[in-house]
Design a protein around this ligand. Structure first.
Ligand code: SF4
Length: 257
């Protein structure tokens, strides 16, 4: 069920169609941005097809909702999981349990390049001295490699997760590709109601206050009243690992990974 990607470094698509992609994302948002998530998923499959569309999931705190919706529409839809090598064991077990629950049969695992680890993080503790460099090796480069063949991908991001996401659209351009956030407008109450209605399994770390779950060295439980993502890189200026930033393609081009 789980396939591992090869370790060929990505070549990038030409970026000369960025303007057209931005115009299409804006048009999709204007026309379909208010639709229910399931309708967004269905029309996106119709628009982009299976060859150039996937979902990226962290199998984190509330990943089950989007994955359940996708599986009900088609459990063979490609799912991308970035295995940084620093995930909680609970997350890896949760990934496998959800895949079994939902019958997901097309999950591809992307790992950091061995050459980049040997060169940049040989002892595995780069996160202690340089979180940006560590995220570049373990998340950004694998993510860029994973989405390189795609025209669009789904994420589970929501507006409520952080003040930096409070204007998140459902359809957004990122370089020459479109990122689709079907749950952008959903609230914590919407998610909880869906989880209850479908009796979905919860990531066991949520019970311990982890409301946004990434790598274990960089994730802490969240205090009551704080943003769900405040436990990520707590105490540091960093707020995103880079895989959701608008210049993902450019960051790979500019990096020396
Ligand atoms: S979240 Fe932390 S451990 Fe994970 S890739 Fe980024 S810096 Fe490294």
């Amino acid at each position: 069920m789980l396939a591992k990607s090869g370790q060929l470094e990505a070549g990038l698509r030409p970026l000369d169609d960025e303007e057209a992609v931005a115009a299409e994302a804006a048009a999709l948002e204007a026309r379909y941005g208010e639709l229910e998530p399931q309708d967004v998923i269905t029309l996106s499959i119709g628009r982009f097809g299976y060859e150039e569309l996937a979902a990226v999931s962290s199998f984190g705190a509330d990943s089950a909702v989007l994955l359940h919706m996708l599986a009900r529409i088609d459990p063979a839809l490609p799912i991308i999981f970035l295995d940084t090598g620093k995930h909680f064991e609970e997350t890896l077990r949760y990934r496998d349990a959800l895949a079994a629950d939902f019958g997901l049969r097309n999950i591809t695992v992307y790992e950091p390049l061995t050459s980049a680890l040997v060169l940049g993080d040989p002892s595995g503790d780069l996160h202690r001295s340089d979180v940006d460099a560590c995220c570049n090796i373990r998340k950004v480069e694998p993510m860029a490699r994973a989405v390189e063949p795609l025209a669009a991908w789904f994420t589970g991001r929501k507006r409520f997760q952080a003040s930096t996401r409070n204007a998140l659209p459902v359809f957004e351009a990122t370089g020459p590709r479109i990122r689709i956030n079907p749950l952008a407008r959903w609230t914590t109450a919407d998610l909880a109601a869906y989880m209850r209605a479908h009796q979905l399994r919860e990531n066991p770390l949520v019970a311990y206050g982890y409301l946004s779950i990434g790598c274990f060295p960089c994730t802490q439980p969240v205090k009551p009243g704080e943003d769900a993502r405040s436990g990520r890189w707590a105490g540091q200026a960093k707020i995103e690992c880079g895989i959701h930033l608008s210049d993902l393609d450019h960051s790979l081009t500019a990096s020396s990974l």
